[in-house]
Design a protein around this ligand. Structure first.
Ligand code: G6P
Length: 367
């Protein structure tokens, strides 16, 4: 097993560091002459033009990749998209119209609820697309259209590299749809594709700061409760950051839309309840900064993960991690890395079994 870990103490850390490579492998074959070329069976331009609404269905981390996908689709394609947890979707008599598209996301391709949701959508005659990591898995075999993520085997129970490539595929789908439907110009789509292709290098720069994340983790490791706050895409990303932390470190944490804190949850903020704030989106970052002030006033220690393009004073938070900048909509591909490293190091410092957290399974094939 030590050999399989390639010199890393845990599979999770190895997989976090494999993300630039996984991203490269997933994206490179799908960009031809600078434009998205998904090479997906049955996902024709005609179908793309006719899509009325997109339902993204998944469990766990894959559903949080779906949240990022929803934001990207709505922003770039202006098509309504919603994310449904598979176990809810399958029993809630979902409202599906003939021109809807169901996208299921699954690392393993074997999650029972996600597979059942896929079958339900197919039974209703809805076009299904699957984003799957394991080749030949049940979900991959049954979906009408399949896009594989090329993350390679993911061993750690907590998903990291699979999440990142799931996001990248959602971006490629959004760009392809935007091109076909004309919501972005060809030039704009080319620019996004170029930026995505250059993203692995930027991820590498963030990975080089892993010591800083370890230091931040050492400052927060004794917390019993913790909040993640952000708005829009930063909120979507906070959900994944919060899940990573709680599943492996056993610290209770919650992700909150930053503007919603004052409607109840701020009563839980004390000097023992730290906050991780994510602010990468230009049009709303100042609002999140105001929310940081609300929690520091109540004694919370704050770690701010921020786009380094923004002018943010050093004393706004106790700890600040400045991220290399890119197009706002693509920032989750970078911002996820410090959140993963923070969760990882926190769990290690607390002596947890990082790769095999209690009560969790890598793939849930029973209901
Ligand atoms: C399990 C795993 C999670 C994963 C979820 C969905 O709960 O512990 O890490 O996100 O299943 O798995 P899938 O294979 O469908 O992506």
């Amino acid at each position: 097993e030590a050999a399989e870990k390639g010199g890393y103490p845990h599979f999770m850390l190895k997989e976090i560091f494999e993300q630039p490579e996984a991203l490269r492998k997933t994206v490179a074959p799908r960009i031809k002459d600078g434009l998205p070329d998904l090479q997906v069976e049955a996902f024709t331009d005609e179908l793309i033009r006719s899509v009325g609404k997109i339902h993204i269905v998944a469990c766990g981390t894959a559903s949080y990749a779906g949240m990022i996908g929803k934001c990207a689709l709505e922003k770039l394609v202006r098509v309504p998209a919603e994310v449904c947890i598979a176990s809810e979707f399958r029993y809630n008599d979902p409202i599906l119209a003939p021109d809807d598209l169901v996208i299921v996301i699954s690392q393993s391709g074997e999650t029972a609820d996600t597979l059942a949701a896929l079958r339900l959508a197919k039974e209703k005659g809805i076009h299904t697309m699957a984003i799957v990591n394991v080749v030949g898995s049940s979900i991959a075999r049954e979906a009408d259209s399949i896009i594989y993520t090329w993350a390679g085997p993911e061993i750690a129970v907590a998903s990291t590299k699979a999440y990142t490539v799931q996001m990248s595929v959602m971006y490629l789908i959004a760009l392809k749809m935007a091109l076909v439907r004309g919501t972005l110009t060809e030039e704009e789509v080319r620019r996004y594709c170029e930026i995505i292709q250059a993203m692995p290098e930027k991820q590498q720069d963030i990975l080089a700061q892993s010591d800083t994340c370890q230091y931040f983790a050492s400052r927060f490791q004794n917390a019993e409760h913790l909040f993640y706050i952000g708005r829009g895409l930063d909120y979507a990303l906070s959900m994944e950051g919060s899940l990573k932390l709680k599943e492996i470190s056993y610290i209770h944490s919650e992700a909150y839309a930053a503007g919603e804190l004052k409607h109840g949850t701020i009563s839980l903020i004390t000097d023992h309840v730290p906050v991780v704030a994510v602010a990468t989106q230009e049009h709303i970052y100042e609002k999140t900064i105001s929310n940081i002030k609300e929690v520091t006033t109540r004694g919370a220690k704050v770690l701010l993960v921020v786009n380094d393009r923004f002018e943010v004073k050093d004393d706004i938070a106790d700890y600040i991690l400045r991220l290399p900048t890119t197009e706002d909509v693509l920032m989750p591909l970078l911002a996820v890395i410090p959140l993963q490293l923070f969760a990882y190091y926190t769990a290690v410092l607390r002596g947890c079994d990082v790769d095999k957290p209690r009560n969790l399974a890598k793939s849930v094939t029973v209901e």
